[in-house]
Ligand binder design. Structure first.
Ligand SMILES: Nc1ncnc2c1ncn2[C@@H]1O[C@H](COP(=O)(O)OP(=O)(O)OP(=O)(O)O)[C@@H](O)[C@H]1O
Ligand SMILES: [Mg+2]
Length: 363
């Protein structure tokens, strides 16, 4: 595939190699209706467009890659089975609107598409950094150089890890805190710590995944006004620790913490009763911002299990080099079977032309 094709797809490999991306890109999720690529005002029939709360993409049908088994759909991407060792994460791809679609439908399609391509591009940049600085508790990237998406080692999902004891889960929390410590040392936050983004290797080690919201310290907190990352306006190691506490609470109690703020801007937290006082205190301290660092939180979590861990170390059956070769022949097979545009469900030029067609560009 040549560079033009890659760029036509809306993902410039050169762009995603740009290490400045982590420093220069705008905050995610702050206003999904205003992707950087589309600056002009929408047409008159698009009232309330600038109000993110009025913006819904749920009515746009998602388009799946032909003949691939989907194993996960999140807010940012679609994850497909490649083989028993690898998955492909694409950005969220929408079905192009019909010829008689309304300007609103064309606009929704174009702006959502550009926005989601941007998310994948950002995630690719974070994963490139992590490929240079790997960690056993962070997903292993296999190939980031293909335009259709990100090839990642395949792991188990949390639904496959039941029944788990509280002791098992305490080891998971330590695993994730180790992953976070590594990330924070690189100056990056995860910014979306929750169960869906935790995967597991074959020996039961928790693996941090879902880097679509990940960004440098100091960026606007993407979860606000929801308090998933706490009340802080900007993300930092502390906001990840806050979300870590909420996820721990949820896994222990099977309840959402339902955190809110009172009139004096104080946090209203639930009573924590996990059946383990040290775990209760870990959660509370983290919510209250009483850990000075992620390392301090990890040390507290390690004390709960008293250093016991009988799991075997992570050992992958297939090496990354072997998986890269498999991906290459898998891609070739698909092209032979479906034609050379198998990966190009849509491309930036077609999105641009729809945007012009919608009549909004000149207003
Ligand atoms: N490497 C993997 N192995 C197995 N399942 C995976 C893998 N990566 C993702 N999944 C599944 O796919 C779902 C969606 O993936 P992911 O979390 O990466 O996408 P997202 O939620 O759209 O984006 P993000 O979390 O980055 O904002 C996950 O919740 C998980 O169930
Ligand atoms: Mg996710």
């Amino acid at each position: 595939m040549d560079q033009d094709e890659v760029e036509d797809f809306g993902i410039s490999v050169e762009d995603s190699l740009d290490s400045n991306l982590l420093k220069t890109r705008p905050a995610k999720c702050s206003n999904p209706s205003s992707p950087a690529d589309i600056k002009e005002k929408p047409a008159e029939d698009m009232q309330n467009f600038d109000d993110p709360s009025s913006y819904e993409d749920t009515s746009i049908p998602i388009q799946y890659q032909m003949d691939l088994d989907i194993i996960g759909v999140g807010a940012a991407g679609q994850v497909y089975d490649v083989d028993e060792h690898t998955v492909l994460k694409t950005c969220r791809i929408y079905e192009p609107p019909s010829n008689n679609a309304t300007p609103r439908a064309l606009w929704d399609y174009a702006s959502e598409t550009v926005f989601h391509f941007g998310l994948l591009k950002d995630e690719r940049a974070v994963l490139r950094l992590l490929a240079e600085h790997p960690h056993p508790n962070i997903i292993e990237v296999i190939d980031l150089d293909q335009p259709e998406g990100l090839y990642i080692r395949k792991y188990r999902q949390i639904s496959e890890m039941t029944p788990a004891t509280q002791f098992d889960r305490i080891l998971w929390y330590q695993d994730i805190l180790r992953a976070l410590l590594h990330l924070h040392t690189l100056g990056i936050t995860h910014s979306d710590i929750r169960q869906d983004n935790i995967l597991f290797d074959s020996n039961g080690h928790a693996i941090l995944s879902g880097f679509g919201a990940s960004c440098s310290f100091g960026y606007p907190n993407p979860s606000l006004p929801l308090l998933t990352n706490g009340t802080s306006e900007n993300v930092s190691d502390a906001t990840d620790r806050f979300a870590m506490a909420s996820m721990t609470y949820e896994l222990e109690t099977e309840l959402r913490p339902g955190i809110s703020i009172d009139d004096a801007q104080g946090l209203i937290l639930p009573v924590v009763q996990t059946g383990n006082k040290d775990l209760d205190s870990l959660i509370e301290k983290s919510w209250r911002g009483r850990f000075s660092s992620t390392l301090a939180m990890l040390r507290d979590a390690e004390r709960i299990s008293d250093g016991k861990d009988n799991r075997r170390p992570t050992a992958h059956l297939a090496l990354k080099t072997e998986l890269r070769e498999r991906i290459s022949s898998w891609r070739n097979d698909r092209v032979n079977q479906h034609g050379s545009d198998v990966y190009f469900s849509l491309c930036r030029p077609s999105v641009r032309s729809m945007y012009w067609q919608s009549g909004m560009a000149g207003n």
